[in-house]
Design a protein around this ligand. Structure first.
Ligand code: UN1
Length: 511
């Protein structure tokens, strides 16, 4: 029998699984469909993390209605006061960091040190956005006319819809929710169906901090049933998606029809260039962390390593030797380096790319196989996988895999490397290892991507800088930093004429 528990999660057996309801207008409510779905641990599918509501349009409508009535009051709460609640939420998250990290490893699979980082990223975002409550700067400028005052202020957009991914279930939810609520918006969030518990944990910190009912609402379920009606809803004025480019095309198309703000954070095929003069130890370390951290399941994962010919053989040899030693397993074991794929479908995709790479003629020198014996038998594990002598045009060098499959490509030098790096559909993150400052600066200028790292891998963005990318990675918006404020506010320009006469801009002038 399922029990209905809303307190902290505990490890429950299958028959006692915790049931999560939707969170609408401060109440826990069952979905209109009466159906649910299971959230299972990808490292051990016998472990049922929770049972969640399989929602539909009627649930989205109810959540939007709640957000709409909450907006009438929330937008009038002074921003510094809204921000104080967010600051308090950060402190609550600090107290619960370990508990949330452990639950996230159970539902998502990545290793504990990474899930601690995921919770920390939400804490960082909360502190950063709390500070924004006393800034939200806008220009005050001189008017061209006498006795006239001019300024621009940021106003909330209104009701915001969020569709979040499973790879950073708390961090990415926080990137969206926190600036939105500090700016005075109200929200409906649809967490990824693989990792809804972490979003519940985040939102629980907001409500415990005193964020009023209806300001943040959660509706769980699947994309076509929940994400699509959320994007289509006429009262939703902004929709923010982090997901695949394929889903981005759908959501972007829907949003365009009703002129919604639409922020799309999509795929990546991120290059790391290693030049002959690089610190090889550092580059190898970085390439392993960037390639296999989060089981390669980051939009920013280092999925292509472009190595100059002078050090190519040495790099490959040492990189592969290290990759072979990575310990794969359940992320709750602190000695494990790499956890499972998120689900069976993702694992099948990863394995299918091993086949594709082989058929294309790339040389498989590490891994490539599923791990399903012994301790691995109940999870979605595979070996860290490395292809070398990859041609830049191959599918494994062009398409986002979202798994632990790294392609190593040889290059002649900086120019060639940058051309290979840029010659893809995406433009999220990029990196270069070199000790030559001139080359580093040329790369900072010429890599056509939203993020460039020097002497660090392609992962590791901090919350106060813009996050996002070029080309098929998005539609020009940025999360993090002030980029988020631009998305969650509308500029309003205000002119105050205190001349007591009708003054005509552009016309009343002496030429
Ligand atoms: C992602 O790649 O999906 O930059 C998000 C990083 C993290 C966020 C990654 N702070 O690696």
């Amino acid at each position: 029998m399922a029990t209905d528990i809303l307190a902290s999660p505990a490890t429950l057996s299958h028959t006692q699984a915790k049931v999560f309801k939707n969170f609408i207008d401060g109440e826990w409510v069952e979905s209109s469909t009466g159906e649910t779905f299971e959230n299972r641990n990808p490292a051990d599918t016998r472990d049922l993390v929770g049972i969640f509501q399989k929602s539909a349009k009627a649930d989205v409508d109810a959540a939007v209605e709640a957000a709409k009535s909450a907006f009438a009051k929330w937008r009038l709460v002074p921003a510094p006061r809204r921000a104080e609640l967010v600051f308090r939420a950060a402190e609550i998250l600090i107290e619960r960091k370990e508990e949330h990290a452990r639950e996230m490893t159970r539902e998502m699979g990545k290793v504990l040190k990474e899930t601690r980082g995921d919770v920390q990223e939400a804490i960082d975002a909360a502190y950063y956005n709390a500070g924004e409550g006393r800034r939200m700067f806008g220009p005050t400028v001189p008017s061209e006319l006498p006795n006239k005052f001019a300024m621009a202020v940021r106003q909330p957009v209104g009701i915001c819809g969020m569709i979040t991914p499973w790879n950073f279930p708390m961090a990415i939810s926080s990137w969206k929710l926190l600036p939105a609520i500090v700016c005075g918006n109200t929200c409906v969030i649809k967490p990824a169906q693989d990792t809804p518990a972490s979003t519940f944990n985040l939102v629980r910190a907001f409500t415990d901090a005193g964020v009023p009912k209806g300001v943040v609402n959660i509706v769980t379920g699947f994309g076509p049933d929940v994400g699509t009606p959320l994007a289509e809803h006429p009262d939703v004025r902004a929709i923010s998606l982090t997901g695949s480019s394929a889903v981005g095309r759908i959501i972007g198309g829907i949003a365009a029809k009703s002129f919604k703000h639409c922020s799309l954070e999509l795929g990546g095929k991120n290059p790391m260039i290693v030049l002959d003069d690089a610190n090889l130890d550092l580059a190898i370390e970085g390439g392993l962390w960037g390639g296999f951290g989060t089981t390669g399941q980051r939009c920013t994962a280092t999925s292509r390593i472009i190595v100059q010919k002078g050090i190519y053989r040495e790099f490959v040899e040492r990189y592969v030797a290290r990759a072979k030693k990575l310990k794969v397993g359940n992320g709750l074991d602190e000695t494990v380096d790499m956890g499972p794929a998120i689900n069976e479908k993702q694992l099948q995709t990863d394995l299918s790319y091993v086949e594709i790479g082989r058929n294309e003629g790339a040389k498989l020198v590490c891994g490539g196989d599923r791990l399903d014996k012994g301790e691995y038998q109940h999870g979605w594990f595979m070996e860290p996988t490395v292809f070398i002598d990859v041609d830049q045009k191959m599918r494994i060098a062009q398409e986002e895999i979202f798994g632990p499959v790294v392609s190593i490509i040889a290059c002649d030098g900086l120019e060639d490397a940058i051309e290979i790096a840029n010659n893809i559909e995406y433009g999220l993150s990029s990196a270069i290892y070199t000790k030559d400052v001139n080359k580093a600066f040329a790369a900072m200028r010429d890599l056509y991507a939203g993020i460039t790292y020097i002497n660090a891998p392609t992962i590791g963005a901090e919350v106060h800088l813009p996050f996002g990318g070029t080309k098929a990675t998005g539609n020009g918006h940025r999360e993090g930093g002030i980029g988020a404020l631009d998305f969650y506010t509308e500029w309003k320009s205000i002119y105050v004429d205190y001349s007591d006469t009708l003054q005509k801009a552009q016309i009343d002038r002496v030429d």
